[in-house]
Design a protein. Sequence first.
Length: 657
Amino acid sequence: MSDLFESGPSKESYGAKDIEVLEGLEPVRRRPGMYIGGTDDAALHHLAAEILDNSMDEAVAGHASIIEMSLEPGNTLTVRDNGRGIPVDPHPKFKNKSALEVILTTLHSGGKFSGKAYATSGGLHGVGSSVVNALSSAFTAEVARDKKLYRQEFAKGIPVTKLIEAGPIQNRRGTTIRFTPDTEIFDGKQFSPARLYKLCRSKAYLFRGVRIKWSCDPGLLKADSETPATAELHFPGGLRDSLAADLGATPQILPEIWAGEAKFPVGPDGSDQGKLEWACAWIERGDSSLDTYCNTVPTPLGGTHEAGFRAALLKGLRAWAEQRNNKRGAAIIADDILGCLRAKFSLFIREPQFQGQTKEKLTNPEATRLTEISLRDRFDHFLAGDPTNADNLLAFIIERAEDRIRRKELKDTPRKSATRRLRLPGKLADCSTENAEGTEIFLVEGDSAGGSAKQARNRNTQAILPLKGKILNVASASTEKLRQNQELKDLIEALGCGVGQNFNRANLRYERIIIMTDADVDGAHIASLLMTFFYRELPELIRHGHVYLAQPPLYRIVQGAKSIYAMDDAAREKLIKTFKPGAKLEVSRFKGLGEMPPQVLKETTMDPKKRTLLRITNPPESRAETSNMVESLMGKRPELRFAFIQENAGSVTDIDI
């Protein structure tokens, strides 16, 4: 027999007297983290959200139009609505208690479980309100119903007074909750006016039919606070208004935000299953974001409704690519679409199921299907209704997908092999890093500039390719001349990605291609020829942001041990004026990069920590204009250049000879 059965009786007795039964709201006070996630600042503000959610449920149900939130001294918060008011008649199960007292002192009680009083709701009276009551040192509920005012006070979840009838009232209805969080629970933490105001704004955006009146005692606001003392928040545009405010001047792929709302199909029993609202904007650059909500409650961890949202966009865009016979669209995944998307998505459904009382993740299985079906239908109509912009969006997402695939290949495959090195141009001073990520090649004019650049570079990540003078103008040269030009052959060989039908951006050997020419007219001409080459022969490299212009200085101004640099004549004159009148200055002009000491070239032009680079771009909205300009200035028709010179000659004030 094992020791488990042979061991003698325990010296410590353990019996029925050791079984503790926590009644009422005592479990909440003992373990607040189980109900609100902890006792930190986020948990404190969760109390405000719980009370506000109840008022929002009245608004969403169509019974309230105005909600007021007021922060007062002493860390006291008041939330008032003009809804139906919490019932105050005796509860049939607890005849000596009103429904109000039952709701505020009993877990899992309320009018939102059956779905009869509320079709959709975010708060659950019996959990949210009772938890707030339990964790408050003072809690007062006022209810205006049937032209009478009722009031009851509580402390730490325990009634201090009975429900009293405070007297007759006119032209008022709804519920008012005033509470002060218990300092014993929250260790003296205070409500943040900015955080509460942001909460009110988000709720007003989420339901366009409500007005939220915010007020805060001015003494609680910091001198530099951007939070107003009073405000009335009402946004008829809903999520569209919210997203537009967040975007500001952020460049977008589409000319307008795609926004809308849709009701779900009626349930088998004829009941309303809810609705969804969305606002989406695809951005050219910057951080993406997806803010999701269920019944006005934020769901930062997403959930089943977010899964439906992702599936609708992915399947819709893939279907559009197939319809347009674009086989490249098959490579798209959801992350390609969401990685450049800023969106807000709000769902209203019956009986939401959240992961935990803090409601950070939705778990209703049906939310995925309802969201995907309804949103997919609207997305398909949106794409078909504007084919031009739909194609632009598809092209942009495909580029992102190919970028993702290329980055994976760069990580998985060495950048070059030993045999590949042997076929590189002999004058190329290559870098030693094995992968393209983080590397750059400098295209410089002449061997002397190449020599200085080779000494100034970081050998690990920076390669140097010297070019002899002015390369071929590919915009006016024949294809045969282009094939025979040794400088361009060397450049194409060094880049490794090929041209024309042989182009493959995944084989590009450097992350950045930097044109580094002298800061004079000849240097500008050479840079223009190189940019024309990339624009005509390797446009994908410009489109994906691989091509840059270095910005070397033209002048050095020295006073004693101090040296500063000027990019051009105007900058030189401006910098000279910053010195004291009569100061002894030494102003020298660099004849070219080859005349610049390697240390100066590194400090001013090549060191990533100090230099300035200009990225060469060709935005979609200006592609036609760019094409016309290249044809006019660099193409085969001299009459276009002559017309351009005649038109612009009057604006020339200084010619550098």
